[in-house]
Design a protein. Structure first.
Length: 229
């Protein structure tokens, strides 16, 4: 199944399973049938101070979830481990620029393994030094909270970086999705979309709602409207 192509005004919401019930991840996936992607946060308790899931859980999700899996690796040494997540069933794998020794090589390895290649930046990491890497990527993730824990408040100070990332992507001519992750809610998604993001990771705003799929639809409609403005 080929991943969708985004046009200028298209948006996608990737619900983050970090905010779901870890005892029933399959049920969480079923609760958001409108989602094309599920965002899977992988943490190793080294790169970030939290420990979540690894390849066996990703493999189980790939067998049961109807959505594609978007794995965000918040781990040390992604150069060694990233392709294992492709083998486990991830359709997109994002590594952190701060952790990768050879980001271009790693992006090419992920693409060669059959996945979309993403690179993430922590809030304090500038985007300009990585402009030359953009043609090697399918996705650029700008973190809008410090990685490691869900439920944090959105950092407005990251919006100028989102705008700059959009400028660099558009100037590069590369087909790169611009994703934001952290504190994305109905209160913040408009600003992210207006800044140029087109893929939005939302955890608590989706899985903390009484109707997760309705919450996802609401976020999608808000982001799409903001992108059209």
């Amino acid at each position: 199944m080929a991943p969708p192509t985004l046009r200028a005004v298209d948006v996608q919401i990737a619900p983050s399973l970090l905010a779901a019930d870890f005892a029933n991840l399959a049920g969480a996936a079923r609760s958001v049938p409108s989602a094309q992607w599920l965002h899977v946060d992988v943490m190793d308790n080294h790169f970030v101070p939290n420990l979540t899931i690894g390849p066996p859980v990703v493999e189980a999700l790939a067998r049961t979830a109807a959505q594609r899996l978007d794995c965000h690796l918040m781990i040390d040494d992604p150069d060694r481990w990233a392709t294992e997540y492709v083998a486990a069933g991830a359709d997109s794998v994002t590594f952190h620029a701060e952790a990768a020794r050879a980001p271009v090589w790693l992006a090419r390895e992920l693409r060669a393994a059959g996945a979309r290649a993403g690179m993430a930046l922590r809030p304090a990491t500038p985007v300009d030094p990585f402009a030359a890497v953009l043609p090697e990527l399918d996705l650029l993730l700008v973190m809008t909270v410090e990685p490691g824990f869900g439920g944090q408040d959105f950092l407005d100070s990251c919006l100028p970086k989102v705008r700059r990332a959009r400028e660099l992507i558009d100037g590069s001519g590369a087909d790169v999705w611009l994703q934001v992750d952290g504190g994305v809610t109905t209160d913040t998604i408009d600003a992210c979309a207006e800044a140029g993001a087109d893929v939005f990771v939302a955890g608590s705003a989706v899985f903390g709602a009484d109707d997760s799929d309705a919450a996802l639809t609401d976020l999608h409609e808000r982001a799409a409207a903001a992108r059209r403005r």
